[in-house]
Design a protein. Sequence first.
Lengths: 115, 237
Amino acid sequence: MVKQPTISRRNGVRDYLLVRLSALVLASWVLFLFGYLLCHPQLDYLSWKGLFAQLPMKVFTLLALVGLLVHAWIGLWQVITDYLKCTSLRAVALGAVSLLVLSYFGAGLLIVWGV
Amino acid sequence: MLVYFSVYRFNPETDKKPQMRSMQLEIADGSDMMVLDALILLKEQDPTLAFRRSCREGVCGSDGLNMNGKNGLACITPLSDLLGKGNVVIRPLPGLPVVRDLVVDMTQFYDNYERIKPYLINDSKIPPAREFLQSPEERARIDGLYECILCACCSTSCPSFWWNPDKFVGPAGLLQAYRFLADSRDTAREERLDGLADAYSVFRCHGIMNCVQVCPKGLNPTKAIGEIKSMLVKRSL
C-alpha cells in the first residue's frame, strides 16, 4: 500500500511560472530605468516626474509592482515554509510578510498614480 | 603511517547524545585502501562500531556515508582522497534518523521512492504476445536514469530534502520518477505527473546540484528534475 504524504494542495506549476514571469517583468522594468538614466545624464526632477506622469509608464510600473508582490510572496513563502517548522511562528511570519508586501504594493500604487 | 579518524558514535540504548570518537589506524606507507576497508579494521579494534555494507564494490548502495563532509560510498572512496585535511571525519548520512553509529533509518527515503510508483504501468488493451518492444532511441532515453542504486547519497545531501522530507520527493525518487516518465512502454504519464504537480514534490528543487556532486554512479538527478518540471509546465500551457 502506497502511503499518501501530507502534500500541499498549492499548485507548484502556477508558482513556478508566476515567479519566472514576475522576474521577467521586474528585470525589464529595472533595465528600462537603467537605460533611461544612461540616456539622460542631465536628468532633473521635472523630466523624471514627466516620465512617470505618462500612462504607459504608470501601467509598466504597476505591472512591476504586481511582479514584486507576486515574486516576493512566493519566494518568501518558500523560505518560511522551509525554515520555520513551528506552526504558530510560521503563521506569524507569513502574516508579517503578506502585510509587508501588500504595504509595498499599496504605497507604490499611491505614489505612482499620485504623480 | 598513522591515520586519525573521528567517527560519529551513538547508541540510543546507552548514550544520551551522539559524540565524535577518535580512533586511529596504522597503514603501511605507500599503500592505500577504501574507507570501507578502514572501517572494517576499526571495527576489529572496537566491535561495537556499527555500519552497513554488503557488496564492497559500489553496486549495492549499502555503505553510503558522510566522509569529510561529503556523501559517498565508503567501498569506492579511497582513503587517500580524505587524507591531508587533519582527521578523517566519518558521519552517518545527514537528514535521516540515526539507528546506531553510522546506520541510519531509511524509512522516509523508501516511502518517497514508493510514492513515485517505481514500476512500469501499462494498461494497453491488447498486450503484445511476447514483450513490449522499444526502438534503440526509446531505450536510450532511460540511460543515466535506471542505473541508480538507491544509496541515498543524493537525497541526504539535499537541503530541500532535509527541510521537507515528507513532502519533497528528493533527487533519488525524482530520478526514478523521470525514468518511468521517459519510458516509452509506460502509459501512466498523466497520472504520474498529477502526483508531482504540487508545490513541494518536485518544485522544492532549486537546482543547487548537491545531488550531482555526490552521486557515486555519476548520474544527474538535477537534469531529470528539470525534465519533469518542463513536462509539467508544457502540460499546463
